[in-house]
Design a protein around this ligand. Structure first.
Ligand code: HEM
Length: 440
């Protein structure tokens, strides 16, 4: 255990170089405690403690300080709600995110991916192209295909700035956010406009028809225990939550993947053969990748060494302790899945991309050391959705094009809402024949 520095110094180091900061915290001690402004902060770097916090002792924790900062945008949707309210909201969303429902979305996802791929040029910013593609998938599955282009573009535009605001807000002191600086005003207005754009798109989409699969329609058919429907604010809260949580993570992961595939052409070829073979066998797209083991292994490794999320935080709701360290109610506890996934104690490959890490016969790692989708009751509700979407995007992409080169603006990652590569200049070649058949 290590007691160190004041909060301001910690936050300054976190803000200046977040990747170096969490790496240092992760390797220096299992529990790192610092106190400032009458508040206790704890950084944990031991898989068992992470598992304790997220699973075994979950009742002692709620979402922490990093999440409070985005309430202006997110209201009280599933990402921010706590306790019984959170369980109720997960109940609404589970209908949409359960396996059978997600499988039903595969045709729509495939359609969007093919349409986007058909517009790719021989040289492109593949990161921007993948962000647009995954955001389009998300928009189509949330709002239905009727969403008009103008509404789509508006949400997309304000989302980018909002994601920047989220990262900035998690690392500056609360008092600073109350000063009307140009940046604070810009971020506030981006969040307000994003919410307004989402509300407007929501009003013109969705029906309560039982056969509609989009999230708005699913939510229109949900009833509270007293039989009343969800209010417009409750629905907007969920849409904002899903947009914030789902738009950036999968796109960033896919973007990092293109760089690994450009670097390792034999892996790219092996994946292309596996995916074409699965298509020939008539394997239907879904969240379970057991028919495509090399893809599963590749994506698992990618989510290890290129985990998009830097820090996950919680706050104690009552006096508790971990490993003999007292955590009074109100203590902010955080850990870095990004740093933990690169810790050589658990993963000898460290920061390097080595798909054999998840090959047959690998050594088991302790619970809490590999948490790409979190753990416990707050684990990613979109996990199945994300696996299916990644399968579809990679399979359609690799059958349509060969990625010859892909070079990132920030090869070591730049921490924003997720750890991003920035623009990725890529050259691609179209493959012949064009994809045939409909696996969805
Ligand atoms: C590779 C892609 C993704 C990764 C790595 C990822 C990762 C995560 C993680 C680590 C959490 C837990 C955060 C915490 O414990 O504080 C989370 C929560 C969440 N994710 Fe994902 N996610 C991904 C894709 C998605 C997608 C595609 C969606 C929606 C379509 C989504 C929706 C959500 C939501 C709504 C939550 C909050 C759940 C709750 O608090 O109950 N995620 N995600």
């Amino acid at each position: 255990m290590h007691h160190g520095f004041g909060l301001v110094r910690q936050l300054w180091r976190l803000a200046r170089d977040p990747l170096a900061y969490v790496t240092a915290q992760n390797s220096s001690a299992d529990i790192h405690v610092f106190t400032a402004l009458g508040k206790n902060f704890v950084f944990i770097a031991d898989p068992l403690l992470i598992n304790d916090m997220l699973v075994d002792r979950r009742g002692d924790f709620e979402k922490g300080v990093f999440y409070d900062r985005v309430r202006r945008l997110a209201g009280n949707g599933v990402v921010l709600a706590n306790g019984a309210e959170h369980r109720r909201q997960r109940g609404y969303l589970d209908r949409f995110f359960k396996r059978e429902h997600v499988v039903g979305l595969s045709g729509l996802m495939t359609e969007v991916v093919r349409e986007e791929l058909s517009g790719w040029n021989a040289t492109l910013d593949i990161d921007a192209a993948l962000h647009r593609m995954t955001f389009k998938i998300l928009a189509a599955t949330m709002f239905g295909t009727e969403i008009d282009h103008e509404k789509f573009d508006r949400i997309h535009e304000w989302l980018a700035l909002t994601l920047e605001a989220i990262m900035f807000r998690t690392v500056v002191p609360g008092w600073y956010l109350r000063i009307p600086t140009r940046r604070n005003r810009l971020h506030d207005s981006a969040m307000d406009r994003l919410r307004a754009a989402i509300t407007s798109a929501m009003e013109s989409s969705g029906t309560a028809e039982a056969d509609r699969l989009d999230l708005i329609s699913v939510m229109r058919s949900v009833r509270h225990d007293d039989g009343s429907p969800l209010t417009a604010t409750e629905m907007a809260d969920q849409i904002v939550a899903v947009t914030m949580a789902g738009a950036e993570t999968a796109a960033t992961a896919l973007s990092w993947l293109t760089m690994e595939l450009a670097r390792d052409q034999s892996l790219q070829d092996a994946l292309r053969s596996e995916l074409s073979e699965a298509r020939r066998r008539g394997a239907a797209y879904g969240p379970d990748l057991s028919e495509t083991p090399l893809l599963k292994q590749t994506l698992s490794e990618l989510l290890r060494c290129r985990q998009p999320i830097l820090v996950i935080s919680r706050r104690t709701v009552r006096d508790t302790e971990i490993r003999g360290v007292a955590l009074p109610a109100g203590t902010e506890v955080m850990y870095s899945p990004w740093a933990m996934h690169r810790d050589r104690t658990w993963f000898p490959a460290g920061a390097a991309f080595e798909p054999e890490t998840f090959g047959a016969g690998r050594c088991p790692v302790p619970k809490g050391s590999y948490t790409p989708f979190g753990l416990g009751p707050r684990h990613c509700v979109g996990e199945q959705y994300a696996w299916q979407m990644m399968w579809i995007v990679v399979a359609e992409m690799l059958t349509a094009v060969r990625i010859d080169s892909a070079t990132a603006q920030h090869p070591d990652g730049r921490p924003l809402a997720t750890i991003i590569p920035g623009a990725v200049g890529a050259t691609i070649e179209r493959l012949w024949p064009e994809p045939v058949g409909d696996p969805a």
